[in-house]
Design a protein around this ligand. Sequence first.
Ligand code: GDP
Length: 297
Amino acid sequence: MAFEGLADRLQRTMKKITGKGKVSEQDVKEMTREVRLALLEADVNFKVVKDLIKRIKERAIGQEVMESLTPGQQVIKVVKEELSELMGGEQSKIAVADRPPTVIMMAGLQGAGKTTTSGKLANHLRKKHNRSPLLVAADVYRPAAIDQLETVGEQLGMPVFSKGTDANPVDIAQEALEKAKEEHNDYVIIDTAGRLHVDENLMDELDQIKAAVKPDEVFLVVDAMTGQDAVNVAESFNDQLEISGVVLTKLDGDTRGGAALSIKAVTDKPIKFAGMGEKLDQLEPFHPEGMASRILG
Ligand code: GDP
């Protein structure tokens, strides 16, 4: 389960305050101190923690709690609402183009889970939204990446557009769009190249693909288990490419939750989906409120 380390700790902190018939300023101070430590230990961005604690304190010492009949529970409600808000509040929707196909460009570092997530997303769109996506293999630098996407396509029984490793990724993306129009595929999911680190060549190529196909969504795929590194990667991609949302993978193995809790606040881009396992049906729309409830129990 995601976040169990953080959840355990926060739930223990909250238990101390739940039943209180009266909550003093001292109680709030102790509670926020423990929440602060738990979040920092979970690898949540320092500034994000600072701002969050300030907001929780202001509200928890304010009227809405002090005048409530169940102040202990009211404090927990405040913490839950603030955690949810931190992760984006409302669940964000996936774009639909006025004229199909809707184009989704997938970006991210190698190993983050981009290819798997492209397949998962295609599967999600078919299952939950009755769409017929075309997957596009635009990672021409690793022959294995193309094979991998083709295998994913076979497993799902979905078409994969590829032109081998000799073609130019921009041409591939453009031709794929034409093909999707001919074949009436209403979504096009472009699996782009990843590298081990953020570098100029990678960004240039992604920029060119983006300019050529004008995607409706640019999703950055990041590995939740890398904590603040994932946040830094998201920041660089957003600065250089202007992403529209994040897919957080490997949340199933992330006991801490640092990336999930920091990315929206740092980049101002929502987490749209979470990867919860290796299988192609293990992708979930990201619900900030549900996540906050899961963390606080
Ligand atoms: P890419 O290099 O970014 O295209 O990454 P891949 O799609 O090849 O994924 C790298 C590894 O991460 C593979 O072993 C995937 O099965 C695994 N993976 C991807 N998403 C998830 C996830 O949500 N949970 C878990 N546990 N593993 C994942």
